[in-house]
Design a protein around this ligand. Structure first.
Ligand SMILES: *[C@@H]1O[C@H](CO)[C@@H](O)[C@H](O)[C@H]1NC(C)=O
Ligand SMILES: *[C@@H]1O[C@H](CO)[C@@H](O)[C@H](O)[C@H]1NC(C)=O
Ligand SMILES: *[C@@H]1O[C@H](CO)[C@@H](O)[C@H](O)[C@H]1NC(C)=O
Ligand SMILES: *[C@@H]1O[C@H](CO)[C@@H](O)[C@H](O)[C@H]1NC(C)=O
Ligand SMILES: *[C@@H]1O[C@H](CO)[C@@H](O)[C@H](O)[C@H]1NC(C)=O
Ligand SMILES: *[C@@H]1O[C@H](CO)[C@@H](O)[C@H](O)[C@H]1NC(C)=O
Ligand SMILES: *[C@@H]1O[C@H](CO)[C@@H](O)[C@H](O)[C@H]1NC(C)=O
Ligand SMILES: *[C@@H]1O[C@H](CO)[C@@H](O)[C@H](O)[C@H]1NC(C)=O
Ligand SMILES: *[C@@H]1O[C@H](CO)[C@@H](O)[C@H](O)[C@H]1NC(C)=O
Ligand SMILES: *[C@@H]1O[C@H](CO)[C@@H](O)[C@H](O)[C@H]1NC(C)=O
Ligand SMILES: *[C@@H]1O[C@H](CO)[C@@H](O)[C@H](O)[C@H]1NC(C)=O
Ligand SMILES: CC(=O)N[C@H]1CO[C@H](CO)[C@@H](O)[C@@H]1O
Length: 817
C-alpha cells in the first residue's frame, strides 16, 4: 500500500488525463501522430478486407482522417498534441474472416505513448519488437489475446517507466527475460495463463524493485524457485500456482514485510529448501498459504512460527504420519489437510477456533476430533474414525462425517446447529432412530444418512412448511413405516433416495403434486404397493433423469400420462448440449467444478469408470414388480434414455416398435415378462445398445439381423417359444426351428442389477460416486450444492464434451479468472 501511495501520482493521474482532460483545445494532434494512427488503422485493415463492422469495432472504424486524432475514440493526447494513451481493448480488431491480425509494428511510432491497452482484442502473432521503442510506457496491457512466441527479442530494459505489465491469458512462450524483473519501478507483473517455460534465474536487481504483485501462475515453469525471490522487498502477493516448480527457498534476507499471500498450489514441490531450525521464525509472516496439490511428505515445520496465518491449505499432498498438536494453536481461520495419508492426531485435539476444517480422505483413526463450537465448515469424512458422535456439536453450516466407522445413535443435539445446510453421516454404523428434529431444520438443504443401521418409522418425520431440502437420502437402512406425507412441504426436492428399507405404503403420488425439480427418485427394494397412476395430479416431472422403483409390489398398468411429462428423458441429446454450453445456471459456482478437472481424470486412465457414470445417467428401472398390461409406446420418446429395465413383471403384448427411437439406449432388459409377437426390426437401429435381454417371454419369429444384434449372446433370447435365427440357432435360413424355449430354471443367469447399479454409481448415490472423482481434485466445498444442481444436467453430455475437448479447455481458461 505504501508503495501504491508513493506512486499515486503516476497511477491515477494518467488515466485521469486520458479520459477527462484531453481534447479541450481544438486541433491539437500533430501531423506525424495522426499519420501514425492512420497507418495503424490501415495495417489493421488489409486492402482485401471489408472495413470493420460496427459489431467488431466501436472505435477504430470511426477514426476519420478529416478530424483531429485527439478526438478519436480510444486516443488520448497530451497538451502538445502527442498521443499518450491508446485504449483499444475489446475491439476484437484482430479478428477477420480467415484472418487474424498481429499487433502492427507501426505501434512503435507512437513513441509518446504512456498508456497502451490492446487487451481482449484477438490479436495473434508475436509482440512486435518495436514495442521496445515505447520508452514512455507506464501501462502496458496485452492480456487476453492470442499472442504467441517468445518475448525475449523485445528490449524490455528500455521501458524504464513501466509500472504495470499485463500479458496474462495469451499463448506466449519461451523463458521470461530477466530484464523484465529488473525494471526499476515495475509494480504489477501479471503473466499467468501462458506457456512460459524453463527455470527462473536469480533475480539480480530485485532489491531495487518495487514489485507488489507477481503472478506467473498457469505456465510451464519448473525447477527451484530462486532464493532471490525474497529480494522483492515490496512484494504483497506471489502467485506461482499451476507450474512445475520443485522447491521453494527458505531463508533469504527476509525483508518481505508486506507479503500476505503465497500461492504455490498445483506444482511439484517436494521441499522448502535451505531451511534450518534457527531460520524458521524468519520466514515472512504471511496470511494465506496455498500448497494444495504438491508432493510434500510432511507438514513443513516452520509453519509453527506463522502466527499471522489465517488460511492454510495443504490438501492433496503425500503427507503421512501425525497431525502435530501445534497446528491447532495457530489461530487459523481455515485449515485444509484433506487428501493426504495422515494417520494419527498428536494428543487429544484441544478446543480450537477454526471456522473451516477439512480433514477428509486421510487414514485418521480413533475418536472423532472436536467439532469446533463456532465451526462453519467441518469435513471429517473418509477416514477411520471410530467413536460415537459427540453430544456437544456446535454451530456449523456444513457437517460431513461420512464414510467412517462411527457407531451409536445420532444425538438430538445435532439439531443445535440451527443454521446447518448440509449434514452427511452416510456410510457409518449408526443405529437408533432419526431424530425428529432433523426434519424441522429450517436451512437444511442436504440430509444424507444413507448406509447406516438406522431404524424406526420414517412416518414420524415432520418436514415443516419452510422445508428447503433438495437432497434427502435415507437409503440402505432399516427404516419402516409409511411414506412421510409432510415431504409434500419440500418443494425444492431434487434427489430422493429411500432404497433398501422396509417402507410400506402406496405409491407416493404426492411427489407428483409438489416437486417439478425432482431429478432422482429411488424407492427400490421397499414394500410399496398398488398402482402408480396418480389421479388428481399434474404429473409433472420435467427434470426427471433417474427413476428406480424396482423390487417392490407395485402393480397395474403404467399409465402413458405418467410418462409424457418427463421432458428431460425426451430431450434431444444435442439440444441439451446447447442448453448446457450457453446457459449455465449459477455460473460462478461452476468455476469450482471445471470440466477441466473431469477431463483430467479421464486422461489419467479412469475412462471406464467415468464414462460409465456419464453414459448411464438416465435410467428407468421398474423391474421385479407386478406391473401388467402393455408397455406404453410413449416410452419410445425417451431419446436420451440410457437404461431401461422392465424385467420381472407381467407385461404382455408386443414390444413397441417406437423403441427404435431411443437413440442412445445402452441397456434394455424386458426379460421375464409375457411379451409376445416379433422383435420389432426397429430395435436393430439402436446402435449404442450393449446389453439386451429379451429372455423368458413369448416372442416369436426371426431375431432381427444387424451387426448389433449379432454381438449379443444366446442368453439374451433364450426362453422364448418361437424365436429363431442367430445367435440363438444356426442360421440355415430354411425354416424356424422347433420350440427352444422353456421356463426359467436354475440354470437361468439373472442379471445382477445391483451390480449394474453400482456401476452407474447409483447404489452409492450419484453424489458420492461423482464426488469421489472430484473430491480430491480442486474443491469439495461446493460439492453438495453445486453438484446436485448441476452435475446431473451436465453429465450425460460430458462425453460429447470430451470429443470437443480443446474448445472447452479454452472456455475454461477464460472462466478461471
Ligand atoms: C511507422 O513505422 C514503420 C516501421 O515500423 C515505418 O515503416 C513507417 O514509415 C512509420 N510510419 C510513420 C507514419 O511514421
Ligand atoms: C477471436 O478469434 C476466434 C477465431 O478467429 C473467434 O472464434 C472468436 O470469436 C474471436 N473472439 C472475439 C471476442 O471476437
Ligand atoms: C489493462 O491494464 C490496465 C493497467 O493495469 C488497466 O487499467 C486496464 O483496465 C486493463 N484493461 C482491461 C481490459 O482489463
Ligand atoms: C493464482 O493463480 C491461479 C491460476 O491462475 C488462480 O486460480 C488463483 O486464484 C490465484 N491465487 C490467488 C491467491 O489469487
Ligand atoms: C515436472 O518436473 C519433473 C522434474 O522435476 C519432471 O520429471 C516432470 O516430467 C515435470 N512434469 C511436467 C508436467 O512437466
Ligand atoms: C542453499 O543450499 C545450497 C546447497 O543445498 C547451497 O549451495 C546454497 O548456497 C544455499 N543457498 C543459500 C542462499 O543459502
Ligand atoms: C489458494 O488459496 C487461496 C486462498 O487462500 C485462494 O484464493 C486461491 O484461489 C487458491 N489457489 C487456487 C489455485 O485454487
Ligand atoms: C472445551 O470446551 C468444552 C465445552 O465448551 C469444555 O467443557 C472443555 O473443558 C473445553 N476443553 C478445553 C481443553 O478447553
Ligand atoms: C447392521 O446391523 C446388523 C446386525 O444388527 C449387522 O449385521 C450389520 O453389519 C450392520 N450394518 C452396518 C452397516 O453397520
Ligand atoms: C394434489 O393436489 C390436488 C390439488 O391441490 C389435490 O386435490 C390432490 O389430492 C393432490 N394429490 C395428492 C396425491 O396429494
Ligand atoms: C396444475 O397446474 C395448474 C397450472 O398449470 C395449476 O394451476 C394447478 O394448481 C396445478 N395443480 C396441481 C394439483 O398441482
Ligand atoms: C473483420 C471482422 O472481424 N468481421 C466480423 C465482424 O463481426 C461480424 C459479425 O459478428 C462477423 O461476421 C465478421 O466476420
Amino acid at each position: 500500500m505504501r508503495h501504491l501511495l508513493q506512486y499515486f501520482f503516476l497511477l491515477f493521474l494518467i488515466p485521469t488525463i486520458s479520459f477527462t482532460i484531453i481534447p479541450a483545445v481544438h486541433s491539437l494532434c500533430t501531423k506525424d501522430q495522426q499519420l501514425s494512427l492512420l497507418h495503424l488503422k490501415q495495417s489493421l485493415t488489409p486492402y482485401h478486407h471489408k472495413p470493420y463492422s460496427p459489431l467488431n469495432s466501436t472505435k477504430v472504424m470511426y477514426w476519420d482522417s478529416r478530424t483531429d486524432c485527439c478526438f478519436w475514440d480510444g486516443v488520448t493526447c497530451s497538451s502538445d498534441g502527442h498521443v499518450v494513451g491508446l485504449d483499444l481493448s475489446g475491439e476484437t480488431i484482430g479478428t477477420g474472416i480467415g484472418y487474424r491480425s498481429p499487433i502492427p509494428s507501426a505501434i512503435g511510432n507512437l513513441t509518446s505513448l504512456r498508456y497502451l491497452d490492446l487487451s481482449n482484442s484477438n490479436f495473434t502473432g508475436s509482440i512486435p519488437k518495436t514495442m521496445g521503442n515505447l520508452k514512455q510506457l507506464v501501462y502496458l496491457n496485452l492480456s487476453s489475446n492470442m499472442l504467441n512466441g517468445p518475448i525475449d527479442s523485445i528490449q524490455w530494459e528500455n521501458l524504464v517507466n513501466l509500472i504495470d505489465l499485463r500479458l496474462y491469458d495469451n499463448l506466449l512462450g519461451g523463458s521470461i527475460p530477466s530484464s523484465i524483473f529488473a525494471l526499476p519501478i515495475l509494480q504489477f507483473l501479471l503473466f499467468s495463463h501462458n506457456q512460459f517455460s524453463g527455470q527462473l534465474h536469480e533475480f539480480s536487481d530485485a532489491s531495487s524493485s518495487y514489485l507488489l504483485s507477481l503472478d506467473l501462475s498457469s505456465n510451464n515453469l519448473e525447477g527451484l524457485i530462486p532464493t532471490s525471490i525474497f529480494n522483492f522487498h515490496a512484494l504483497e502477493s506471489l502467485n506461482l500456482s499451476s507450474n512445475n516448480f520443485s522447491a521453494f527457498p527458505f531463508n533469504g534476507p527476509q525483508q518481505l514485510k508486506n507479503l500476505n499471500e503465497i500461492d504455490l498450489s498445483y506444482n511439484s514441490l517436494l521441499i522448502f529448501y535451505n531451511g534450518t531450525t534457527s531460520s524458521y521464525s524468519s520466514f515472512p509472516n504471511i496470511v494465506r498459504l496455498n500448497l494444495t496439490s504438491n508432493k510434500l511428505r510432511t507438514i513443513p515445520d516452520f509453519l509453527r512460527y506463522q502466527s499471522g496465518l489465517l488460511k492454510l491449505d495443504l490438501s492433496q499432498n503425500q503427507i503421512q504420519g501425525m497431525i502435530p498438536k501445534w497446528i491447532w494453536g495457530l489461530d487459523l481461520f481455515s485449515l485444509n489437510l484433506s487428501c493426504n495419508s495422515l494417520a494419527t492426531l498428536e494428543g487429544p485435539v484441544p478446543n480450537f477456533t477454526l471456522v473451516e476444517v477439512d480433514l477428509h480422505s486421510n487414514q485418521l483413526q480413533g475418536p472423532l476430533p472436536t467439532i469446533p463450537s463456532n465451526g462453519g465448515y467441518v469435513d471429517y469424512s473418509r477416514n477411520h474414525f471410530s467413536s460415537s458422535i459427540p453430544f456437544d456439536i456446535g454451530e456449523c453450516y456444513f457437517l460431513s462425517l461420512s464414510s467412517n466407522t462411527l457407531h451409536g445413535i445420532i444425538p438430538r443435539s445435532i439439531c443445535n446447529a440451527r443454521d446447518v445446510q448440509v449434514i452427511d453421516l452416510s456410510n457409518n454404523s449408526l443405529t437408533g432412530v432419526i431424530p425428529k428434529c432433523l426434519s424441522a431444520m429450517p436451512y437444511l438443504v442436504v440430509l444424507n444418512l444413507r448406509g447406516n443401521n438406522l431404524t424406526g418409522r420414517i412416518s414420524n418425520l415432520e418436514f415443516g412448511e419452510g422445508c428447503h431440502l433438495s437432497t434427502l437420502d435415507l437409503g440402505e437402512n432399516q427404516i419402516k413405516g409409511q411414506f412421510p406425507k409432510s415431504l409434500a412441504n419440500c418443494k425444492d426436492l431434487e434427489f430422493l433416495n429411500l432404497r433398501n428399507n422396509q417402507i410400506k405404503d402406496a405409491f407416493p403420488c404426492l411427489l407428483m403434486n409438489m416437486t417439478s425439480y425432482l431429478r432422482v427418485l429411488s424407492l427400490r427394494s421397499n414394500q410399496f404397493y398398488g398402482g402408480i397412476g396418480c389421479p388428481n395430479t399434474n404429473d409433472t416431472w420435467p427434470n426427471l433423469q433417474i427413476i428406480d422403483l424396482a423390487h417392490n409390489n407395485l402393480s397395474g398398468e403404467i399409465p402413458a400420462t405418467f410418462l409424457t411429462t418427463w421432458q428431460s428423458m425426451m430431450a434431444d441429446v444435442h439440444e441439451k448440449v446447447n442448453v448446457l454450453e450457453f446457459s449455465q445456471p449459477g455460473g460462478g459456482i461452476f468455476v469450482g467444478f471445471s470440466f477441466g478437472d473431469a477431463v483430467t481424470v479421464i486422461s489419467k486412465g479412469s475412462e471406464r469408470y467415468l464414462v460409465k457414470i456419464i453414459t448411464s445417467y438416465t435410467l428407468i428401472d421398474f423391474s421385479c414388480n407386478k406391473f401388467s398390461g402393455s408397455i406404453p409406446k410413449e416410452m419410445g420418446a425417451f431419446k436420451s434414455l440410457y437404461v431401461l429395465n422392465l424385467s420381472g413383471n407381467a407385461f404382455e403384448g408386443e414390444i413397441p416398435s417406437s423403441f427404435g427411437n431411443m437413440q442412445v439406449l445402452e441397456s434394455l432388459d424386458l426379460s421375464l415378462n409375457k411379451l409376445s409377437g416379433q422383435i420389432p426390426p426397429q430395435l436393430a437401429k439402436l446402435t449404442f445398445l450393449s446389453f439386451l435381454n429379451l429372455s423368458y417371454n413369448q416372442l416369436v419369429g426371426r431375431i432381427p439381423t444387424s451387426t448389433q444384434f449379432s454381438t449379443f449372446p444366446k442368453d439374451s433370447f433364450t426362453g422364448n417359444k418361437g424365436l429363431w435365427g442367430p445367435p440363438l440357432t444356426v442360421d440355415n435360413k430354411a425354416s424356424p426351428p422347433a420350440l427352444n424355449g422353456s421356463l426359467p430354471n436354475s440354470g437361468h443367469r439373472g442379471i445382477n442389477w445391483d451390480l449394474i447399479s453400482v456401476e452407474i454409481g447409483f447404489t452409492v448415490g450419484f453424489g458420492v460416486s461423482v464426488g469421489s472423482l472430484v473430491l480430491c481434485k480442486r474443491w469439495s466445498k461446493w460439492y453438495y450444492r453445486a453438484m446436485y444442481r448441476m452435475v446431473l444436467k451436465i453429465f450425460p453430455q460430458l462425453e460429447e464434451r470430451i470429443g470437443i475437448h480443446r474448445r472447452h479447455v479454452h472456455i475454461n481458461r477464460r472462466w478461471r479468472r
